[in-house]
Design a protein around this ligand. Structure first.
Ligand SMILES: Nc1nc2c(ncn2[C@@H]2O[C@H](COP(=O)(O)OP(=O)(O)OP(=O)(O)O)[C@@H](O)[C@H]2O)c(=O)[nH]1
Ligand SMILES: [Mg+2]
Length: 339
């Protein structure tokens, strides 16, 4: 099972990004600091080609700093990735952007040759918020749901720096099913494309394993089951997510929990470590290799079947010919007898 969401407007946005990429000096890829790996769009990487990228791990105020440091360490020394923890709410961070960008594109930055930056990334990570923060006024619509921006918007920050806001895009097939659920937990996937209860259970499983204390504190739990379903029921009953008759409404309970996760009410967290991603990538590769081996085996089995079928057809044909010959010989003999 996995979550997939690639509506038509994203395909259009992808084409438009591709069209303008040749006029872009740098891509500012906004990531969600709570999912540093899964919020990277592989399709954007391909579209970007050799254009340098500045990766901003946005919403750092919602992220667990110690885990974020693991990622910074993991990427340190890489020539292709310049990543910084970031928050559009932090004025000092916003103030550093033009310096980071100029560092990466030193040959531009004048009024004649302004730095042309494209802000891109998955939905709901804070791209339009970044655009507004850079301009110091509300020029782009911002919202706490994915797919708020539907069209590109270009603006001048200073004479030497212009930026382009783009709609958030995912990609046609998210190969790692766990990653797809993490995108749903953090709010990059539209609600109508997910099963709330499923996504909440995945989120709870993660919090039980990695941030148990924060979870227990948030919901004032003295003890806790290791079964996410039981925990969701308890959360629902504590927070009044009930049906008539007093039974817990699991969908409402899931809404309460996911809202708390997305707004950071449970506390700061990061859902991924480099080690965990390496392990999941191995599993994805193994699953792909297994699927391919099964496909080859089916093909190999189909060849003898086809061969047998054609042998049978050949044999039938031969038998028919022999019978015909026999008939014709008999007919000849009969004719000769009569003569
Ligand atoms: N906590 C926190 N929230 C942020 C930060 N930056 C943006 N947000 C919130 O994230 C939500 C999404 O922001 P947008 O700027 O609309 O995101 P977007 O990437 O443009 O989204 P789409 O246009 O839908 O792709 C809004 O509720 C913002 O207020 C941040 O640094 N910290
Ligand atoms: Mg936007």
């Amino acid at each position: 099972m996995s979550v997939q969401w690639y509506p038509g407007h994203m395909n259009k946005a992808r084409r438009e990004i591709e069209e303008v990429m040749t006029q872009v000096d740098i891509v500012i890829e906004v990531l969600d600091a709570r999912i540093p790996d899964s919020s990277q769009n592989p399709m954007l990487n391909t579209l970007r080609g050799d254009v340098p990228v500045l990766r901003l791990l946005n919403k750092k105020d919602l992220a667990d700093k110690s885990r974020l440091d693991l990622w910074l360490e993991h990427w340190r020394g890489s020539e292709t990735v310049l990543a910084h923890p970031f928050s559009t709410l932090d004025k000092a961070d916003v103030g550093r952007i033009s310096q980071w960008v100029s560092q990466m594109v030193p040959h531009r930055g004048s009024a004649e040759k302004p730095i042309r930056a494209m802000i891109a990334g998955i939905p709901n990570v804070g791209k339009s918020s970044l655009m507004n923060a850079l301009l110091g006024r509300r020029v782009a619509k911002v919202g706490d749901e994915p797919a708020v921006t539907k069209a590109q918007q270009k603006l001048k920050v200073t004479n030497g720096f212009q930026i382009l806001d783009t709609p958030g895009i995912l990609w046609p097939k998210i190969e790692n099913p766990d990653a797809s659920y993490r995108l749903a937990v953090t709010g990059a996937v539209r609600d109508t494309a997910i099963d709330y209860e499923d996504v909440a259970l995945v989120g709870l499983k993660f919090f039980i394993a990695d941030y148990l204390d924060a979870l227990m504190t948030r919901y004032k739990l003295k003890d806790i089951s290791t079964d996410p379903y039981d925990v969701l029921r308890v959360i629902g009953s504590k927070r009044g997510a009930l049906r008539s008759g007093g039974k817990v409404d699991m969908h409402k309970a899931a809404e309460v929990f996911l809202n708390d996760v997305r707004t950071g009410a449970i506390g700061p967290y990061v859902m991924e470590t480099p080690e965990m991603i390496a392990h999941e990538e191995r599993l994805v590769e193994e699953a792909k290799a297994k699927k391919e081996a099964e496909r080859q085996a089916r093909l190999a089995a189909a060849v003898p079947q086809r061969q047998q079928a054609s042998n049978r057809a050949y044999r039938n044909n031969q038998t028919q010919q022999t019978d015909d010959q026999a008939q014709s010989t008999k007919h000849d003999e009969n004719t000769n007898d009569k003569q």
